[in-house]
Design a protein around this ligand. Structure first.
Ligand code: C2E
Ligand code: CA
Ligand code: CA
Length: 854
């Protein structure tokens, strides 16, 4: 504004005076009340004529606002908007008020403005929206009760909630609904119905506080908003009212009740709900209570209306005994107040319960429910306990005394006591046995049906068990739910492909079975070829690609077993053998399979026992790794030994895969890792540059806690991360690369080095090099074997060393046994050499003397 400093001319002054007087006239003639107040003193600075008339005061200027506007007050109103605007000078307030002085309702608008002396003053304007006289009472108030009607009630409720918000207070909104009003009107007439309403409203109204709001929502529903109270206080308050009404009923001996149902909702200062939303929430709460009471009444009425129930007397215990004897189903009864269950003797017998009465049924029976059905079972029961459902029909499998899962169908109902609380939950459990013959997930026949069909099969036949290889990876990579969908898809596809040749079954986990009429091995091989072709197709589900292979084991009836148990045991043995030795292939049961598997089982039993007995018979040996530049030994590889007198020739190449298959490698692997790190700690005192190479199985890496275990072990023993090498075999890496990649990255971030072991022994060697997640490449000893006669091997070693150096990997050649081998390899400049020639695996003492000799 460029003319701020410009001197005022006469014309300007004249214009200003005229303008001022015009504005003054306008403000005085306006049909709204306007005044300004000094917020420091509460003194009125200006009040327009309309407001003076409304409040019947001639000379308000210079007087305190409350003296004029609220003559009974001795100070500023507690909820004066001036207080709020002083703290929030840039805001404005819009609100409604009722003035008892002049009996009017005003729509107010307040804000701070600059006064003539530049001071910030309170500017108030208000419009009289409704006269508070008798004629107009009808509009604001409900005629019958004299409390606000819905329209105004809503308005005041909004104002109260906003006010509470500003004051940092809560409101409790209560909605109540008078019971049986319709019935009272119909039976005793409307005057009596009106009387009931008036008695209830009067009883409440006389006990409310000034700041509470009370209005009629519709015919028999009313709303009260309690200012600055807790839900518990109001719950108590309303219950007291109900008690008082009950007392009135009794004293007057009326044929009807003064009674209502109510719901409560706490409106906090964080509330963002609109009034209508709050009302519908309270309505919902009230409705729940109403439903409960109706139910209770219905029960009572039923008892009273049916003379038979009242008059017919019988012994309930005998009834129970009679029912137990006359049904094949199991009867259960639960006292919902104590949670104690009673089961019939047949059920106790079938499931080997400790007794008929169980106070911890959830634990005793819960343990017997099949893992896949537990969720459904628990959810269903929770709904009953929470009162969200009064009855249930649920089917699930439970383990009986013979360790077999049987299907049970449970139907039960909750009965309430006269106060509307859950009293008993009782019903029947039907033992369906194997009646449910379909697998829930895939829709295929399940394992019970598998057993039944084999037992009933006529003539010769064959069975092929299929197992998905590394299915755990699909679950790990995506989710269990995703995995379930893949199982469903595979099952359905097998069903479609072999609809003529075989009956398909889903067994536990990721296993399927084919039952076929043929006994020709060639036909079975062809069938398996079709399965392999199916596996090799590109698969994706919801745009997520996945790959899988299948391993199979087949048996032929009756040559491989003429009883179900024997036949299936042999089929399972063949599959297990295939999983360990011939993945992605079909194996037939034969004597070699039987022998190897039984040796495998024997070793597994003994070795498991040793692991649980403080790693008895286990030890570590150490093989030096020599630098080809200066022949120094700064690196050593830890190799595990198991020296059991009964199994003298079982080396780690044999027992590690067994333990990988059983999962026991996880426990043993931790022991090996700790032992090797502790050994490293000791040798660091002789050679601070010593580095320990530890073989780790991919099974260990897939465990969730592997990283934290490694970190904790290295930290607590206190060795440098950079002097620890983890060796992972190429084959395990290739098979599980996607799942292992993330953990390898994390290990390397810690500073741990990763070596790819047995490089060149698998099929994906070069492929793995591309991504470079390793530090060291250990070329498999099979390339050194026979380099004298096989020039190709030498060329491979030469090219791989060059390639690895090009990609900045450190290269180690394994299995150098002779001086000749060493001489042939050295010109290609490998970084390290490991083999019998430079040092055999040796005990820790021997290795130490080796170190000390240097
Ligand atoms: P690897 O990791 O490739 O270990 C090298 C194997 O080659 C060792 O066999 C070692 O004794 C042998 N070896 C070393 N130099 C020569 C040589 O010049 N000529 C010949 N013929 N062999 C040599 P070992 O100790 O029987 O271990 C076999 C495999 O068992 C290991 O192969 C490794 O994959 C696994 N293994 C051994 N210890 C552990 C362990 O603690 N944890 C895990 N997960 N696997 C282990
Ligand atoms: Ca190794
Ligand atoms: Ca190796």
């Amino acid at each position: 504004m460029g003319n701020q400093n410009k001197e005022l001319t006469n014309v300007d002054i004249e214009n200003t005076c005229q303008t001022t007087s015009v504005f003054y006239n306008m403000i005085n003639s306006i049909n709204a009340n306007i005044c300004t107040i000094d917020p420091d003193t509460d003194i009125i600075l200006f009040m327009n004529d309309k407001m003076k008339i409304d409040y019947g005061c001639d000379n308000p200027v210079g007087k305190k606002c409350w003296q004029i506007l609220k003559p009974n007050q001795k100070e500023r109103c507690l909820d004066c908007s001036m207080t709020y605007l002083l703290d929030n000078p840039h805001e404005s307030l819009s609100w409604e008020s009722k003035n008892n002085q002049n009996k009017c309702i005003y729509q107010n608008y307040d804000r701070m403005i600059q006064w003539t002396d530049k001071k910030s003053v309170y500017f108030h304007q208000s419009t009289n929206i409704i006269g508070y006289n008798e004629m107009e009472q009808v509009v604001i108030y409900d005629e019958l009760t004299g409390i606000y009607n819905q329209k105004f009630g809503d308005n005041f409720l909004l104002k109260q909630i906003n006010h509470a918000k500003n004051e940092n207070k809560n409101c409790v909104v209560c909605l109540f609904d008078i019971d049986d009003l319709k019935k009272i009107n119909e039976t005793f007439g409307y005057i009596e119905g009106d009387h009931v309403i008036q008695v209830i409203i009067h009883c409440i109204q006389t006990q409310l506080n000034k700041q509470d709001i009370f209005f009629r929502l519709n015919g028999n529903q009313f709303v009260i908003s309690f200012y600055d109270n807790s839900i518990e206080q109001i719950q108590q308050f309303m219950m007291n009212i109900l008690d008082q009404l009950k007392a009135t009923n009794l004293s007057k001996k009326l044929k009807y009740h003064f009674q209502f149902c109510f719901g409560l909702y706490l409106v906090t200062k964080k509330n963002t709900l609109a009034i209508s939303e709050i009302i519908s929430l309270v309505d919902e709460k009230m409705y729940t209570q109403k439903k409960k009471i109706h139910l209770r009444k219905a029960h009572q009425e039923l008892r009273h209306s049916s003379p038979l129930v009242g008059e017919f007397d019988y012994n309930k215990d005998l009834l129970y005994d009679a029912l137990v004897k006359s049904t094949d189903a199991y009867i259960f009864i639960c006292n919902m107040k104590t949670g104690v269950f009673r089961y019939t003797p047949a059920m106790v017998e079938e499931f080997d319960f400790p007794g008929e009465i169980l106070s911890n049924a959830a634990v005793v029976f819960g343990e017997k429910i099949h893992r896949d059905d537990k969720y459904e079972f628990l959810t269903n029961n929770q709904q009953i306990t929470d009162g969200r459902s009064n009855s249930h029909i649920v089917e699930y499998r439970a383990l009986n005394k013979n360790n077999e899962y049987v299907w049970l169908r449970c139907r039960g109902h909750v009965e309430y006591d006269k106060d509307g609380n859950q009293d008993i939950f009782a019903g029947f459990i039907t033992n369906l046995g194997k009646k449910n013959y379909r697998d829930i997930l895939t829709g295929l026949y399940n394992k019970f049906e598998f057993k039944e069909q084999i037992e009933l099969a006529q003539g010769n036949f064959s069975v092929m068990l299929l197992n998905i290889d590394n299915f755990k990876n699909i679950n790990t990579l995506y989710s269990r739910e995703f995995g379930d969908n893949i199982l469903r898809i595979i099952g359905q596809n097998l069903q479609t492909i072999f609809s003529k040749e075989a009956t398909i079954f889903k067994r536990d986990g990721d296993e399927f079975a084919l039952l076929m009429k043929t006994t020709s091995k060639d036909t079975l091989k062809n069938i398996f070829k079709i399965i392999q072709n199916y596996c090799e197709e590109e698969h994706s589900y919801e745009n997520n690609p996945y790959t899988f292979t299948i391993t199979a084991g087949a048996v032929i009836y009756p040559v491989d077993g003429d009883k179900y148990l024997e036949l299936i045991k042999n089929a399972e043995m063949t599959l297990q053998y295939g999983k360990r030795q011939r993945r992605n292939k079909l194996s037939f049961f034969n004597a070699i399979v039987a022998k190897e598997e039984s040796l495998h089982m024997k070793i597994l039993n003994v070795i498991k026992h040793d692991i649980t007995n403080q790693y008895r018979h286990f030890s570590l040996v150490y093989q030096p790794i020599v630098s080809s530049k200066d022949q120094h030994i700064h690196k050593v590889e830890a190799l595990c030994r198991w020296n059991h007198e009964k199994f003298p020739n079982i080396g780690p190449g044999h027992f590690i895969p067994i333990l990988e298959g059983s999962g026991d490698i996880i426990r043993l692997g931790k022991w090996i890792f700790k032992e090797a790190i502790s050994q490293l700690k000791e040798w660091l005192t002789y050679d601070p540059l010593m580095t320990m190479s530890i073989n780790v199985s991919y099974v260990q890496l897939l465990e969730d806690d592997f990283l934290s275990f490694v970190q904790q072990t290295i930290d607590s023993i206190d060795v440098p991360y950079s002097q620890v090498i983890i060796e992972l075999t190429e084959t395990s890496l290739a098979k599980n690369y996607i799942a292992l990649n993330a953990i390898i990255i994390k290990l390397r971030e810690l500073g741990i080095k990763i070596a790819m072991d047995d490089f060149g022994s698998g099929y994906s060697s070069l492929n793995l090099l591309k991504d470079e997640p390793f530090d060291i490449i250990k070329i498999d000893q099979s390339f050194v074997r026979g380099i004298e006669n096989q020039p190709n091997h030498l060329t491979f070693i030469k090219l791989i060393i060059e390639l690895c150096h090009h990609l900045n990997f450190i290269v180690l050649i394994e299995g150098i046994e002779t001086k000749e081998e060493l001489n042939m390899i050295m010109p290609f400049n490998p970084d390290y050499i490991q083999g019998y020639y430079t040092g055999r695996p040796m005990s820790q003492n021997l290795f130490l003397s080796h170190l000390q000799k240097k």
